[in-house]
Unconditional design. Structure first.
Length: 375
């Protein structure tokens, strides 16, 4: 697939924000004209409140409900939207896309001299994380598909080159992208080299699109062996967890099931891309098993059909995480045709929250507390 054959697309939108600027917990509305998109995530840079320096909210694209006097108050840093074109074998689109007129400043992410992102942590220092590299590439590919700017595909292919060079072929034949640093996640101490279903899935999605552009045989060879770790339990150096007769693919090996939802879903999207590209029935089975597991465990990530929870009901998700979880469920609903996922995505829509619901969510998140689960 040649990049030169793709048409340019531009975003036609007018962003707005409104309500409770003092707390940053307000809910805005986006949208304008016939090209208005179904949903998006907004990050306001200047919000200073209990949510932290950045506040992200999910909005419905409907300009009719925004007073015209509010248009001059528009302050938007990043918009994240679902991409309905993603999924088919001929598509280069990823399932969601971040848009920003000016790239946001991220104090924890730093590019090396070759343009590869590294992530800074207080304990780890500056490290390379394969999932971040893959996502940086996918974001730039999305920028190209929306704007036609020829600088972006070069960045994408640069990340693909790095991922190709850093693939590890294990003795059991599996191709993996391990993390070469120790890391602490909750009570789990990860010792290098550790794997993550989240990173593996994102890398697969990036390399599938790299293969579609370059037709470089080496990329396909790596992809054909990239699903092996989804067949192996964590005890066997895989990312598969079996619990309550269901399967999940874990972002953090050692974390009890169901683990972290968004990382699990990212791994499913990678498997879906891999199956679409190769037609391998074993990959299709891995995807289907994961979807069944996601369906089964989904209530564990739900708070009263109002909000999503991080990991194993540890605490309510931040607005950013909550919006991402809702978008991911909407994507899975579209790919599988299962309305169960769409029902949860709709239940988590902010428009369904009453004033008392919003106060409840805000206060629970403010104190990072969560009531005991009631069946």
């Amino acid at each position: 697939m040649s990049l030169g054959t793709l048409g340019n697309k531009s975003l036609d939108y007018q962003p707005f924000w409104e309500l409770t600027s003092r707390t940053g917990f307000g809910w805005g509305v986006l949208g304008s004209g016939p090209k208005a998109l179904p949903e998006a995530l907004i990050i306001r840079r200047s919000t200073i409140n209990a949510w932290g320096p950045q506040c992200m909210n999910l909005h419905h694209w409907d300009a009719r409900s925004v007073p015209s006097t509010r248009k001059s108050l528009s302050i938007v840093s990043i918009i994240v939207m679902m991409v309905p074109e993603a999924g088919p074998k001929e598509s280069l689109h990823y399932y969601w896309y971040k848009y920003s007129k000016t790239p946001p400043y991220r104090s924890v992410t730093r590019l090396d001299s070759n343009g590869i992102p590294r992530v800074w942590g207080r304990v780890t220092g500056i490290v390379y994380r394969p999932g971040f590299v893959a996502m940086h590439g996918l974001n730039n590919l999305g920028h190209y598909l929306q704007s036609g700017n020829q600088a972006h595909p070069k960045v994408f292919l640069n990340q693909v080159d790095w991922l190709e060079a850093h693939a590890v072929i294990r003795g059991d034949g599996a191709v993996v992208w391990p993390h070469d640093f120790d890391h602490q996640e909750s009570a789990v101490r990860l010792k290098a080299p550790w794997l993550s279903a989240n990173a593996q899935g994102l890398v697969i999605s990036a390399l599938v699109r790299g293969w579609r552009i370059t037709r470089r045989p080496r990329l396909l060879e790596l992809l054909e062996r990239s699903s092996c770790v989804f067949q192996l339990n964590c005890e066997c150096n895989g990312v598969r967890v079996q619990a309550e007769e269901h399967i999940v693919y874990t972002e953090v090996p050692g974390l009890p099931a169901p683990g972290i939802m968004d990382g699990f879903v990212n791994s499913l999207l990678g498997l879906y891309d891999l199956y679409v590209e190769t037609g391998d029935p074993s990959v299709s089975k891995l995807f289907e098993q994961g979807v069944v597991g996601l369906r089964y465990f989904l209530p564990r990530w739900d708070y009263k059909k109002k909000w999503s929870m991080y990991s194993n009901r540890s605490y309510l998700c931040s607005p950013a995480y909550h919006c991402q979880n809702r978008v991911l469920l909407s994507v899975i609903a579209r790919l599988t045709g299962d309305s169960y996922f769409a029902e949860y995505a709709e239940a988590w829509h902010h428009s369904r929250l009453s004033a008392s619901d919003r106060a409840e969510i805000y206060l629970l998140k403010l104190f990072d507390s969560i009531p005991s689960r009631t069946e």
